[in-house]
Design a protein around this ligand. Structure first.
Ligand code: ADP
Ligand code: MG
Length: 701
């Protein structure tokens, strides 16, 4: 049997049913159905008697007879009620749908095996729409210890495709197709990696002969799934390296050296030096760099980015850095401008609020090459912005940028055909498991060390009712010359309410911290950019002691003298947001504090988030907890990556298998990148067919 044929080739699958399978489960071919895996298994080795049934018994299997059937008229339609009896008692079976047909097909006083979920009414158990089978039929079948339960939808159930029907379809399919199942791994490979044969794996995933075989079957199929994803990513990376031409930053020149020796305000940490070396090596190879630079908040990514930009300039190229918000872009601009004050490097800022005249000047300066570094927001991506010779694009806090935007950068350089090197900087630690799946084709550098002298931010949880105590504490800190952030949530769905909370909060702070002794800034998304800048600027300069803000300050803002972060309604924030916000303090030499205010009522997830924040400041640990709480679907970037379309593996729960699969794929490529060994032929075949269908290499010509 050809497994690529439509499901109608399976015994018992009509055209209508095939259509339903396609619409509801996206199952088109026999092969699709074969890879529709059960999401759980029912152990039907256990039988209950009616007197054993407990109020809490969930799903049970009982042997008995139908002793009475009646149709009960209801407001809408009718309900079929049968009395089901065994030696120990009686219960009710109920049907709401298809009652006429069911009534005709039921055989009274004949032993049945029934199975289903129990409901209780007036002390009597009942079961709605039970799965039923005559005991004589039941005995004929080869019963496996565990029965698969398949994903289903309401439509499927309504149209009669119950789990039982699914099972029998699967049984037919396996009988018809078993011999046609193609192995994707050679025997050598299977032995080396302790994998079941594919046939055995598929048989046991659907109809496990026991727990142990089920586990082996799952392992084999999860491994296969993850292995091919990793292999594709790694091959893509290899091809990128060899095919996409990149600019060569050959030499460390005068600008880099001068800055490094004379203007660098501190010594680089070892991690910064190491990362710089990795990047330098990358941009010297003649292939385009696509590198992800991960480093926790405050680890000093900006200076690394700046040094690489200087390298680009030394080699005759322009560089750009793109930030997700205007505030952050402006801050980068001011910071970098200051660092480069004593050099002749020309830096410009381009954002949505850049005036037309200035904008024109910038466009011109970029094209004639007089601007060396352009800092900005999404505005950089506009078509009008063209560089003479863009050699390096840095994207800061990448999780706010889509893949499409990243690729837009490729078309910015006049020198056609050669894309700039791309460095993506992110402080959102991506759990390793996820990073491997999302960015398996990027190179990753990690700054895993904070600059010396940083003190851990002391983090505490306080209930709203303690706000006055918190205010007293703020006064003490301000007395010592420190500055304070007070952050309010701003969630899109409840925007109006949130603004009200923010303004109410602002007013109460103004009352509590009266001028002229205290000066307060406020920044939120509804303000004009110029006003935002002004308020921000006052805080940066130390003219105001308190900054009341929404999460617009979440990313990147750097005011070393600010040492207290108060987060209002912190139960409403996600973990990565809380971590980002906390990263705004602890940047100077002083002891810093983060105060998480919440109401008394906390969901269990919220409790976990707050507890995690109080217990650790390790961004990677926080990211792992976040991933566990929210699942990969909610982590930025996963939507496009396809890792959510996994059929059987789970990037979080199966991370050990993921590591093994990646290792195995790397080993294979390092030993036999050309897939010439006979034991790798099958793998190549599968890989080729995957590429055809996924178009994963479409951007490589
Ligand atoms: P992030 O990685 O979060 O972008 P930044 O680049 O904003 O971090 O750096 C945070 C702060 O640490 C800045 O004030 C920066 O000047 C400072 N910094 C960076 N590297 C060092 C270093 N090696 N020694 C001391 N301070 C540093
Ligand atoms: Mg930064």
């Amino acid at each position: 049997m050809n497994l690529n044929q439509p499901t109608t080739y399976i015994k018992g699958v009509s055209v209508a049913r095939a259509e339903l399978l396609y619409k509801e489960l996206n199952v088109k071919t026999c092969n699709d159905l074969l890879h529709l895996f059960p999401h759980r298994y029912i152990d039907k080795t256990q039988f209950y008697t009616i007197n054993q049934l407990q109020q809490n018994t969930a799903e049970v299997q009982i042997v008995g007879k139908i002793t009475n059937i009646k149709t009960v008229q209801q407001k809408r339609g009718s309900r079929l009620v049968a009395t089901f009896t065994d030696a120990t008692g009686r219960m009710e079976l109920v049907w709401f749908k298809g009652t006429k047909w069911i009534k005709d097909s039921l055989k009274p006083n004949t032993p049945y095996v029934i199975y289903g979920k129990l409901n209780w009414f007036n002390g009597t158990a009942n079961m709605a729409h039970p799965e039923m089978e005559l005991v004589t039929e039941y005995k004929k079948k080869l019963q496996s210890a565990m029965q698969p339960v398949y994903p289903s939808t309401e439509k499927l159930t309504n149209k009669g495709v119950s789990n039982k029907v699914m099972r029998s379809m699967m049984q037919n399919l396996l009988q018809q197709a078993f011999e046609s199942i193609e192995e994707t791994f050679s025997e050598t490979f299977r032995n080396e990696n302790q994998l079941l044969h594919k046939k055995e794996a598929l048989l046991n995933i659907h109809f496990p002969k026991g727990q142990e075989l089920l586990a082996k079957a799952q392992y084999r199929l999860k491994f296969e799934e993850l292995f091919f994803i990793q292999l594709q990513l790694l091959v893509k990376k290899l091809i990128n390296k060899s095919k996409i031409k990149g600019f060569v930053f050959e030499s460390v020149g005068e600008k880099f050296t001068d800055f490094y020796q004379n203007h660098l305000p501190f010594d680089l940490t070892n991690a910064q030096k190491r990362v710089l070396k990795e990047i330098r090596k990358d941009v010297g190879t003649g292939a385009q760099m696509n590198r992800l630079l991960q480093g926790d908040v405050g680890s000093g990514k900006t200076i690394v980015g700046l040094l690489v930009m200087l390298l680009a300039i030394d080699n005759g190229y322009q560089a750009t850095i793109m930030a997700p918000t205007e505030i952050l872009a402006t801050q980068h601009y001011n910071g970098i401008k200051e660092l480069l004050e004593k050099t002749d490097i020309n830096v410009e800022l381009l954002t949505g609020s850049t005036k037309t005249k200035k904008r024109r000047e910038i466009h011109e300066g970029l094209q004639n090459g007089s601007i060396h570094i352009l800092i900005g927001t999404h505005a950089i991506l506009e078509d009008k912005v063209q560089f003479q010779k863009l050699g390096l694009a840095i994207i800061d806090e990448q999780h706010r940028f889509g893949v499409a935007q990243r690729s837009k950068l490729w078309q910015k350089s006049a020198e056609s055909g050669v894309p700039p090197h791309v460095l993506v900087m992110t402080a959102t630690p991506i759990p390793r498991t996820l990073a491997m799946s999302l960015y398996g084709d990027l190179d990753v550098s990690v700054i895993d060390e904070l600059p010396p002298g940083r003190k851990e931010v002391k983090t505490v949880h306080r209930y709203d009712s303690h706000r006055l105590g918190v205010f007293r504490f703020l006064k003490d800190e301000i007395e010592k010359g420190r500055q304070v952030y007070v952050v309010y949530p701003l969630i899109q769905e409840s925007e109006a309410m949130d603004y009200k909370d923010l303004m109410d909060g602002y007013e109460s702070i103004v009352r509590e911290f009266p001028s002229p002794k205290y000066q307060i800034s406020i920044v939120h998304g509804q303000m004009k950019p110029a006003d935002k800048d002004y308020e921000m600027e006052r805080f940066v300069k130390g003219e105001t002691q308190i900054m009341v803000a929404t999460t617009v300050i979440e990313v990147g803002v750097n005011v070393p003298n600010a040492s207290v972060m108060v987060i209002e309604s912190s139960e409403r924030f996600g973990l990565s947001q809380l971590h980002q916000l906390r990263g705004r303090v602890g940047r100077g030499a002083e002891q810093s504090f983060c105060i998480l205010l919440t109401s008394f009522k906390l969901s269990s997830d919220a409790k976990t988030r707050i507890k995690t924040m109080v217990e650790t400041s390790d961004g990677f640990k926080i990211a792992e907890v976040d991933l566990k709480l929210r699942g990969p679907g909610n982590i930025m970037g996963t939507q496009q990556s396809g890792i959510l379309n996994l059929k059987i593996a789970d990037v979080v729960k199966d991370s050990p298998i993921l590591f093994t699969a990646r290792q195995t794929a790397m080993k294979l490529l390092s030993e036999d990148a050309g897939f010439t060994k006979p034991e790798n032929k099958l793998i190549l075949k599968r890989l080729t067919s995957l590429q055809r269908s996924s178009g994963i290499w479409s951007n490589i010509s």
